[in-house]
Structures are given as C-alpha cells and as structure tokens.
Ligand binder design. Structure first.
Ligand code: GDP
Ligand code: MG
Length: 397
C-alpha cells in the first residue's frame, strides 16, 4: 500500500470565487484529473472536494474545491456556510475570478475577507479577453495570475508559483519538536503495549514523532513502561521522555525529576494550538456548577479511543471534580455552533486529523466569544494533576 501523508500534515489550498468562475476547471487542471464536475450550470459543486496531491517541488498539499460565493439557489446559504468553513481551514487561498467579473468588480473588497491568510488572485478564462483588457487587469490586479483551460503552460506556471509561495511560508509549525530538541539530543518514547494498542503497528502520533526525531537528527529510543527504568539507566543522557498520557502517572514515578517529561497529547496541543490558552482555560474548572453546558469538539468521526476519551473519560473526571452533572454537547467534524454564549467551557479533541490553521481559527472564535477553550490532552493532564510536570518542558528558557 502506498504510504500517504495524512491530510492534517498537508498545507491546505482552498479555491474560492463566484459560482461559474472556473474553480472546478482550475481544480481539475491543478491535480491533473477530472475529479470535480465542471458545468455552465451555476452551483454544480455542492460539497467541498478535498484532494491530496504533490505540489512539486514543495511537497504534499491538499487542494479544496468549494461551491463558491454568490450562489443564489435554495441551497445557496448552506453551501456558503460550508465554503466559509473551508476558509477557516485554508492555509493558502486561490481566489478565482472570471476575467469579465475582474474587469467589472472591485475584487479587493472580497479578498479583504481573507484576513491574514495568504492568497493569490487567479484570473480565469483569459482566452475570452481582448489584449487591451489584459493590460487593464494587469494594472488593476498586480501580482494576479492569468490562466485559461486551453493553456496548459498557464496552469504549470501557477503550480510553480504556488509551490514557491508555500516554500516561503514558515515551516516552523511542521515539526512539533522544533525548539524543544535539536540534533544529537536523545529522547525516550514510552509506548504502552496494552489491549488498546493496535495489533502489529504503532499509532499515527507515535509514527509522526519518530519521523520528526529523524528529521531533526534526534536519537530516539522506544520502550514500554515495564522496561523504562532500565532504559533510562543504560543511556548516557536523556533530554526528554515522551509518553502516552494514559500512563503518565506511573511513568512520572519512574522518570527522575531532573529529566523533562511530557505526553504526546501535550506535544500535539503545543504544536497545534494556542498552548497557553489551553492551559489557562483549565482554571475555570473549579468554578463550574452542576448543569453548566460544556462544548465538546471532535474533529474526527472514526477514532474509537478518542471517542472514549471525549465521551466517557473526560465527562466522568470533570463531573467528579465539580461534584455534579454537567451537560456535554458534541460537535463532530467541521461542525461548529453559531452561539457560543451558552457554554462555560469548550474542550477540543487533540486535533491530529485537522491542520493547525483549522484549530487556531476555532480557538480564535472561542476567545472572541469569551469562551475558555482547552483540549483533551490538556484537560486530562489538569484533571489528573499532572499538567505542571507535563508542560514544564515548553516553558524552559
Ligand atoms: N472559455 C473558457 N471557459 C472556461 C474556462 N474555464 C472554465 N470555463 C467554463 O466555465 C464554466 C464554469 O466552470 P466551472 O469550473 O464549473 O466553474 P465553478 O462554478 O467556479 O466551479 C464551464 O462551462 C467551463 O467550461 C476557460 O479557461 N475558458
Ligand atoms: Mg464548481
């Protein structure tokens, strides 16, 4: 089986624009396949289509085709809200605009909505442009790219341009160990081999961790809890121990206090989100009252151990802590409630299936609404009384 880069580890490029702007045509041409339906009929693309591809020489990306703006059909409003969700997930935006629309409309009022997300305006259907019109557009939309579906070279140049833009964007978030460890350091990874461990393999965060160690020239020793003590004693130096959070307490008793220790979920929280916010949000927990509403956000729909953590473990511990029943409301996938004022606390899953951009925009929405937001790993660490030791390593000078 071909080993694919998970979508969450790919930079997401969203294609936006009015209906009929030529977005699906562009999408198909960039991936080199007829995947999205192209039609003169406005509103043909209903659900966003996501496709992983290699953008050479940059690397793996995910390209998203959207329904677009300005859909006046009955379903329009729903489609528009889906499109806006994609906006939150996009690391980079292609704004496709029909050349005639580009001549007539003020494009900047639209691109302003993209906020800080980097974007490129792509003028489509240039085969329908008069040469003097092209000059006008080049002056009006500086830096815009011009394509048409019969001109393969124009697509190739756009792809090269996208690759160079992504290359320029900070790669810092891509490695969760950057700033914590560097070449020559030695880390010990503790993997529980229990009934929850999948047969014959490691789980995604563990594999990703090993790969990141290799990328940074960090030496990693993998061991079980049972052999941890012996492993640490045998190694000349240990710069960090990383464990599954389920066994954090017993691991913490084995690892000497002078050796930094953290968990995979803390690493993920640190990499994926606004770590300080997630830690400090836990401080509202002692002030919760029975009956309060807690917003539970699960990005993925199919991971059973995660489900157990969000649906059973956290509710149980949280209710025990406050001595009463709380109301937990679950939002799965990219669904997100419009009214946040009814909740006292939001708890997000680790987010291993979504990009940092998607996670940060959700955190931002909560912060704007004054809703404290934390995540599974951080709240579990807090409820188990281990968050201090777990997070120490991130605040070292
Ligand atoms: N002449 C011309 N027509 C195009 C070009 N790109 C797309 N179209 C047509 O524009 C219409 C809408 O295209 P589509 O990709 O479905 O637009 P979307 O609604 O933005 O996804 C279709 O009839 C396409 O064949 C182009 O470069 N030149
Ligand atoms: Mg379309």
């Amino acid at each position: 089986m071909k080993q694919e880069t998970p979508l969450a580890n790919r930079k997401h490029i969203g294609i936006f624009g009015s209906t009929n702007a030529g977005k699906s045509t562009l999408f198909n041409q960039i991936i080199g396949q007829e995947l999205a339906i192209v039609s003169q009929q406005p509103g043909t693309t209903t659900d966003p289509i996501v496709k992983g591809m290699e953008l050479i020489p940059y690397g793996p990306v995910a390209l998203i085709d959207t329904a677009g703006f300005g859909d006046v059909s009955v379903l329009g409003e729903k489609r528009l809200s889906k499109t806006m969700q994609i906006l939150d997930r996009s690391d980079y935006i292609i704004y496709a605009v029909d050349c005639q629309e580009a001549l007539q409309n003020d494009i900047e009022t639209i691109t302003r909505q993209f906020g800080e997300t980097p974007y490129t305006i792509v003028v489509t259907k240039t085969d329908l442009l008069q040469s003097d019109e092209k000059n006008i557009l080049q002056n009006k939309l500086t830096g815009a790219k011009f394509v048409n579906h019969k001109d393969e070279k124009s697509i190739l140049m756009l792809k090269e341009f996208l690759a160079s833009e992504l290359q320029k964007m900070s790669k810092e978030d891509d490695n969760q160990l950057k700033g914590l460890l560097s070449g020559g350091d030695h880390v010990v990874m503790v993997v529980p081999i229990d009934s929850e461990a999948p047969k014959g393999r490691l789980i995604l965060p563990q594999v990703a961790f090993l790969r990141e160690c290799l990328d940074l020239d960090v030496v990693c020793t993998v061991t079980k809890e049972e052999t941890l003590n012996e492993t640490i004693r045998k190694l000349p130096k240990v710069d960090l121990v990383v464990t599954d959070s389920q066994i954090f307490k017993s691991v913490a008793e084995i690892v000497p206090a002078e050796i930094p220790l953290t968990s995979f979920s803390m690493l993920l929280a640190h990499q994926k989100g606004d770590f300080k916010t997630m830690l400090s949000s836990c401080e509202v927990i002692p002030a919760l009252h029975p009956g309060d509403k807690i917003l539970m956000l699960e990005a993925c729909t199919h991971h059973h151990t995660h489900e157990d953590i969000g649906r059973v473990k956290i509710p149980k511990l949280l209710q025990k802590k406050i001595g009463g029943t709380l109301q937990f409301e679950y939002y799965v996938g990219y669904d997100f409630p419009s009214d946040l004022s009814q909740y006292k606390l939001a708890i997000h899953c680790g987010g291993c299936m979504i990009t940092k951009k998607a996670m940060l925009s959700r955190i931002e929405k909560c912060k704007t609404a004054g809703l404290p937001i934390t995540n599974y790993g951080v709240v579990l660490a807090y409820l188990n009384g281990i968050s201090d030791r777990c997070s120490e390593v991130f605040f070292r000078e």
